[in-house]
Design a protein around this ligand. Structure first.
Ligand code: ARG
Length: 460
């Protein structure tokens, strides 16, 4: 087998070394980006007179036909050639002969892989941004369809105050919006051309890096050749941003699992995203949400793997860097799958407003507002808080609710309480009063929805 670097060696590579060193089994997926980058490099070499224009053209044509073969999945990847770069170069030479051997002029696999990974990462970011947008649209539709539904808001997983279901959903809209911002900012840092750094020190050939950058859609060229081939910050940032998306999905998954449990009964998962039990015929398990929650752990693992991979590496390229691929690929694949699943899963969720109403009736949701009501009657808040605490204790002991207590009973705790208390404690009042920006009043939530719709449509 003709290794790229065979000249210096007497003895063949050990089979175990080949097994350890090959990356083509997982980096073959970089072929489309590798080929595009090589086309730009070859055109530049021709334009700058570093190789003949005819050779450059032959390389570009050869790479084009190779790209078709890659898409058609008719190429044979050879692990003995190590990686995607060596495989493609070998196949190119096989197709076009001697000219193919000139492609690697003024280039190293070190700046080549850095370029491939940045091109790959840029496309992943764009795909993730589109999926985040789609999920946000699903959230808006979901919230809009249930604008009249309220449920208990929780702190400590204890019923706290009533909120609109749409308000709860829009909280996640905000999380995914921050995720989008993170990916947009990361895209700028990704979009810098490494080619030209060569192995580590730059190249003496009269290359034109700006030309390659333009052709590949990069915003500019990297500044320091050593940093260029050693840098994987952008992959770490990618996995960190992906981890945050997964964390958001996982938190909502947890709520969906709870809500879908008969103990809550707030929602029912669509059949298409649930599974049954092999032994218990009554079961309909929220597996989609559980798997998203579970896969979050492995994306965090990808981030931890990359941070650990990088921490002790001296400048510049070290072969350890080959191990950056699988975590980055896995994080990207997983976050994209989970985002797509989540949007579809939401579309298929049935909301049970009745059960939410029942939970609202049980949760002493109006306690804070009763205290506020007393404040309105001139009772100092600290005293009001204490009085309402006693009323709640009375309700618990007598298995009743605040709303069900006759005014006469309430007046035994505080004579300032009047007939107007029932209006003050009505669910509609509780919701409507939380009317400051960011609050759950129906008027505010409608506004928030309208703004959310605009914010999503601004994204191209
Ligand atoms: N497959 C290698 C990687 O992913 C490409 C760069 C190889 N460079 C080298 N000097 N062996 O990192």
């Amino acid at each position: 087998m003709n290794k790229l670097w065979g000249g210096r060696f007497d003895a063949p590579t050990h089979a175990l070394m080949e097994a350890l060193g090959e990356s083509v089994s997982f980096d073959a997926r970089l072929a489309p980006w590798d080929i595009r980058a090589s086309m730009a490099h070859a055109r530049m070499l021709g334009k700058c007179g570093i190789i003949d224009e005819e050779d450059a053209q032959a390389i570009v044509n050869g790479l084009e036909s190779l790209l078709e073969a890659v898409h058609a999945e008719t190429v044979q990847w050879s692990p003995a050639l190590e990686d995607v770069h060596a495989n493609i170069e070998a196949m190119l030479v096989e197709r076009i002969g001697k000219a193919g051997k000139k492609l690697h002029t003024a280039r190293s696999r070190n700046d080549q892989i850095a370029t491939d990974m940045r091109l790959w990462a840029r496309d992943q970011v764009d795909a993730i941004l589109a999926l985040l947008k789609r999920l946000q649209q699903a959230i808006i539709a979901f919230a809009e369809a249930h604008l009249d539904t309220a449920l208990p808001g929780y702190t400590h997983l204890q019923p706290a105050q009533p909120v609109l279901f749409a308000h709860h959903c829009l909280a996640y809209f905000e999380m995914f919006d921050r995720d989008k911002q993170r990916f947009v900012e990361l895209r700028r840092r990704i979009n810098v051309l490494p080619l030209g750094a060569a192995a580590l020190a730059g190249t003496p050939h009269p290359i034109d890096r700006e030309m390659v950058a333009r052709e590949l859609g990069f915003d500019g060229i990297s500044r320091n050749s050593m940093d260029t081939v050693a840098d994987r910050d952008y992959l770490i940032e990618f996995c960190a941003a992906a981890s945050l998306v997964m964390m958001h999905l996982s938190r909502w998954s947890e709520e969906i699992i709870l809500w879908n449990s008969p103990a809550f009964g707030f929602i029912e998962m669509g059949d298409a995203f649930a599974t049954g039990s092999s032994i218990m015929p009554q079961k309909k398990n929220p597996d989609a949400a559980e798997l998203v929650r579970g896969k979050t752990a492995r994306v965090y693992g990808d981030l931890a793997a990359l941070l650990t991979l990088m921490k002790g590496l001296p400048l510049t390229y070290n072969r350890d860097l080959q191990e950056d691929k699988e975590p980055a690929f896995h994080a990207s694949d997983t976050v994209q799958l989970c985002l797509a699943v989540f949007a579809e899963m939401l579309d298929a969720v049935k909301v049970n407003g009745k059960r939410m109403e029942q939970a609202l009736a049980q949760g002493f949701m109006a306690a804070t507002d009763l205290a506020d009501y007393l404040v309105g009657k001139g009772v100092p808040f600290r005293e009001a808080h204490h009085i309402v605490g006693e009323i709640v204790r009375h309700c618990v002991a007598n298995n009743t609710t605040l709303e069900a207590l006759p005014v006469e009973t309430l007046r035994q705790f505080c004579p300032e309480i009047g007939e107007d208390v029932s209006v003050a404690l009505a669910l509609e009042t509780l919701l409507a009063r939380r009317n400051q920006p960011g609050g759950t009043a129906p008027e505010r939530v409608r506004e928030a929805l309208a703004t959310a719709r605009e914010r999503v449509s601004e994204q191209d």
